[in-house]
Design a protein around this ligand. Sequence first.
Ligand SMILES: [Ca+2]
Length: 235
Amino acid sequence: MKPHRATVRRSLTAFAFGAALVLAGTAQYPLSASAAEELAPLPVKPPAPTLKGTPNDLPSGPNVEPPPEKPLPPFQAPKGVVNVAAGKKATTSVKPFTGTLDQITDGKKEPEDDQVVEMRKGRQWVQVDLGDPFRIYAIVIWHDHRYLQLFHDVIVQLADDPDFTQNVQTIFNNDVDNSVGLGIGTDKEYFETFQGRTFDAKGLTARYVRCYTAGSSLSALNVCQEIEVYALPAK
Ligand SMILES: [Ca+2]
């Protein structure tokens, strides 16, 4: 008995669909990066560079990156990421004595004295509550680019709770002697320019972002101008 014409058509359709799946399967990995998450330069609006110039006696050493001679190339992140930290609530380990907490996420990071939030010396942190969990690809932090300097014990962490006890993930740590007590860091100290510093968060999901510092090569005080968090909604 001959198969009904509709049955043949269905079989052919099923075969074609199956073949398409096989083809898609073989190309899955290159496609997932380019189609699902096509990369684009991070949409950062950098501030103006400082006019104060480069000092002659900059610190150096095996754990110090030399200052960049030209602007760094833009960080590549999935197309569509936005700064989800803009206008969000910031908190600090100690009340700032200069500036206010809303300045951490107000979008302003020019090399001007009234755009730097200052806290007392010691190990301090600045934290942003994104309000919801996000898939975070990049965190850009400007501590203080008025003067070229190294910030000590820079540790950038993500977590699910404001006390940093749940799902804590460290994405940068240059505390090489574990003076902060969060583990030995293997990242280098870096000179901060007008580009701030971009930390690769690799698409990790979190609601809270925290950054520690313990002074800089110029001052024992702790400072922060802006924290930007480029992310997509959590899946
Ligand atoms: Ca600011």
